[in-house]
Design a protein around this ligand. Structure first.
Ligand SMILES: [Zn+2]
Length: 464
């Protein structure tokens, strides 16, 4: 059964045909590591995870690369121009009084812990832009050799009018592109859509991060890194390139231009773009104060896997609205799922239901329709299959869903936890709330949760 993918390049759903039948190559544009990653960005990384797991479940081997932008991402990006303004990493390093490297390390670690708690499978490699400076310089040299570049006072630029296919992905031709309204257009540029490949360090300023190059001291333009790293790790032509929809118009268009002009080959077979996450029905943004992070989710007492479940309720090309209520609903559904499974016993081994697995794979392979595959999972649980068959089937499905369902199958609460629960109840009866709370936390640390029910009743369950 072929995997079908909506290709943003052709704007059609196409049968996926791998370049190399043995290994599928995937590249995903990762975060700029100057701040905490928002749950909006994580929606894109979740798409990467579902695509990754879909290929694995179809018995493909996958080579999957994701990058960290730790240099050259300018504030002008908001206005659609990546070459103006200040380097976001430099601003943050200055603000926090630490080196750009320390700053990037700190935010990468924070990102990785969110990545783990969402149960996202790690790519083959996370590549850091600063570790590929030589490859980026080599790419720019190649473009220079082939006559696609020109030099102006602040850097070396790519001449987009030299690339016939410019605008194929974005649907915009170079002469219809205007520079962002909020930025001063650079009068030295030949075309508004031209972009920097190498930027010179300001003469009167020492940057936190700068490198020698054939053109002088400076740093690579943001778009160059993804072309250089993707081609270095995966080859000149790759199967699948993923990213958020905000990257399609400019960043990905520029990646295509640089890569194809340098190699003379097609860069990417299939482009996939994930839709934004909205918050309370509107735009999410740092300036609005609603760019929530994984820490916000956990501090409010939600399980990160409830957020994973919420992401699964919308198709990746549809917008998804985040509210605390929708997260609560997702957590309730997930809890319900865990409750059902906790009633099952693992003892009997059975074969999964082929019919349900086949429908599950069919919707999954139809442009990664996760909401439909989740619906089939629920339908299967409500069917009259025997418990062992249901269990065998759902564990198979969870290889894609990634909800750690295995952990909730019929288990016994350890004696130690039960004793703590009793102690807590005593404290509560006597109104010693602070001690009761302390014991509750001990129970949590052991991986269990106590839920208080009316009339002094309670329920203990594994933490979800
Ligand atoms: Zn990129």
């Amino acid at each position: 059964m072929a995997i079908r993918i909506y290709n943003s390049l052709t704007r059609k759903v196409e049968d996926f045909k791998p370049l190399n039948p043995d290994v599928v190559s995937i590249y995903l544009c990762g975060p700029t590591v100057y701040d905490y990653v928002s749950i909006g960005n994580y929606r894109t990384y979740m798409l990467g995870d579902f695509v990754h797991r879909t290929f694995l479940s179809n018995n493909y081997k996958v080579k999957y690369i994701m990058n960290f932008t730790d240099v050259g991402h300018m504030t002008g990006d908001n206005a659609g121009d990546a070459d103006v303004g200040k380097d976001r990493l430099e601003i943050a390093a200055e603000r926090e009084g630490r080196s750009a490297k320390d700053l990037a390390d700190y935010y990468i670690n924070d990102f990785l812990s969110g990545y783990d708690s969402l149960n996202i499978i790690k790519p083959h490699k996370f590549t850091r832009a600063t570790e590929y400076i030589g490859d980026q310089i080599a790419l720019v040299r190649e473009l220079e050799k082939k006559g696609f570049t020109y030099r102006i006072s602040d850097g070396v630029y790519f001449d987009t009018s030299r690339f016939e296919k410019y605008g194929q992905l974005s649907g915009l031709s170079p002469d219809t592109i205007k520079e962002g309204a909020r930025v001063e257009p650079n009068p030295e540029k030949r075309n508004a859509s031209d972009f920097a490949l190498w930027k010179f360090s300001p003469k009167d300023e020492k940057r936190w991060q700068e490198w020698d190059s054939p053109w002088g001291v400076g740093f690579p333009g943001w778009h160059v890194e993804c072309s250089a790293m993707a081609m270095k790790e995966l080859g000149d032509t790759i199967d699948l390139h993923l990213g958020g929809e905000d990257l399609r118009m400019i960043h990905h268009q520029n990646e295509i231009a640089q890569s194809e002009c340098a190699s003379g080959k097609e860069f990417v077979k299939y482009w996939m773009h994930g839709a934004f996450l909205q918050v309370d029905g509107g735009r999410m943004g740092r300036s609005i104060g609603n760019a929530y992070t994984m820490t916000d989710i956990e501090e409010k007492g939600y399980d990160p896997l409830a957020l994973r479940y919420l992401y699964m309720t919308a198709h990746y090309r549809s917008s998804l609205n985040f509210t605390w209520e929708s997260l609560q609903n997702a957590q309730n559904s997930l809890k319900h799922l865990y409750d059902i499974l906790s009633g099952y016993k693992e003892a009997e081994k059975a074969q999964p239901s082929e019919r349900h697995l086949a429908s599950f794979m069919e919707v999954l392979n139809d442009d990664i329709n996760i909401p439909e595959s989740l619906a089939i999972c629920w339908e299967m649980l409500k069917s009259n299959l025997s418990e062992p068959v249901k269990l065998a089937t759902i564990l198979q499905m969870d290889k894609v869903l990634g909800l750690k369902l295995e952990d909730s199958i019929g288990y016994e609460i350890p004696e130690e936890v039960l004793n703590l629960v009793k102690t807590r109840l005593e404290y509560r009866k006597n109104g010693i709330w602070d001690k009761a709370d302390l014991v509750r936390r001990q129970i949590n640390d052991l991986g269990y949760v106590v839920e208080d029910l009316p009339n002094d009743k309670f329920k203990v369950r594994r933490k979800i």
